[in-house]
Each structure stands twice: as C-alpha cells, then as structure tokens.
Design a protein around this ligand. Structure first.
Ligand SMILES: [Zn+2]
Length: 188
C-alpha cells in the first residue's frame, strides 16, 4: 500500500475570547508574543501577555505562579526573559491551560503540508498534528481533499476513507496524529 503524510501547520497564534474590562464585553484578544517575568525572593511568576484587539487593553495569562527560581530550568528562564518564540508557541497553543484560565481559544487558520494522494492507489494516510490543534478528522480530510460535508459523509459510509482503530470519523478529533486508509480504487 502506498503511504502519504499530511502535516497540519498553523498560520499564526490562536486568539482568545474573554471579557474585556474596558470594552465591558467579551472581546477578542491576540497574543503579544511577550512574557512578563517577575522573579522576587527566589520565587518566579511568568505571564503571557494578551491584548484586546478592540481597545489594546492587556490581559496577563498566568503561566507560572510562585515557582522556585531554582526549580525553573535556566534555559527556560532565559527564554521567558527573551520572549523565545518557541516558548511563546508552547503556551499560546496550550488550549487546555488557556481554557482553564477562563478563555475561549479560537482555532488559528491552518494549512496542510503534504503530497496529493497518488491516483488509483490505496493509501495509508498519516495525518500529523504536532501542535495538537483541536481539529476534527472531518475538517482535515475535507480541507485536504477539497470536498463538501456531504461528499465526506458519503466517503465514510462507503468506507473509502476508514480508520483501523474503528474510530467514528464523523466525530473524532485528529489528536497528535492519526492513520487512515484511503481506498482510491473506489473513487474519490
Ligand atoms: Zn477591549
């Protein structure tokens, strides 16, 4: 069986919806890509700064609270101080953390890097989602194949697209990665 890999790549960082004190309503906040670091008496606090798109009002998302400076990795401490893009991404894509902090996280726009499925071949298709974006399999397949919801449901019903793990492809999320079987002979 032929193999193909699709890789989900985010374009930009997720924005958040949360209550803005100045706008006095729920507003969209974008990541400033900057941390606020406070190290006092051997205790470290780190926030990731978000800005309301409407009014510029800031919200500091607590990333580390009252952590012993000695317990924080030296590399990380330098990274927070220097606003390391990797560290920013680590936290800005931590959907669970941001949800716990009361923010609604918006899915960022994304593209799928990878080869087109070889025509006339059955394909073992690996979908990689390294940032663990909360994407439904349906969304990625539809985007990758450029097909409608109705077409997608038809493909699943006819088992042209299936998953060995028996996952319900109409409901499940991609997770960090998933492997699908695409039967090209049956027509797409
Ligand atoms: Zn605002």
């Amino acid at each position: 069986m032929e193999q193909a890999t699709w890789r989900v790549r985010s374009i930009g960082l997720p924005t958040l919806n949360r209550y803005c004190k100045k706008c006095k309503q729920v507003a969209e906040f974008e990541c400033s890509e900057m941390f606020r670091v406070n190290a006092q008496r051997k205790m470290l606090d780190v926030w990731l700064i978000y800005k309301c798109i409407e009014c510029g009002c800031t919200w500091n998302a607590p990333i580390l609270s009252r952590v012993r400076v000695s317990a924080a990795q030296d590399d990380d401490l330098a990274g927070y101080t220097e606003n390391s893009p990797d560290l920013v991404a680590n936290h800005a894509f931590d959907f669970q953390l941001l949800k716990r902090l009361g923010a609604e996280v918006n899915l960022p726009p994304y593209v799928i890097d990878g080869e087109a499925l070889p025509p006339g071949e059955n394909v073992l298709l690996l979908i990689e989602n390294p940032l663990n974006l909360p994407l439904r399999i349906e969304s990625v397949i539809r985007k990758g194949l450029g097909c409608s919801k109705r077409h997608f449901l038809n493909l699943v019903e006819r088992k042209v697209v299936s998953c060995r793990d028996g996952i319900d492809l109409t409901k499940a999320k991609v997770g960090a990665s998933i492997e699908l079987v695409v039967l090209r002979q049956q027509g797409l």
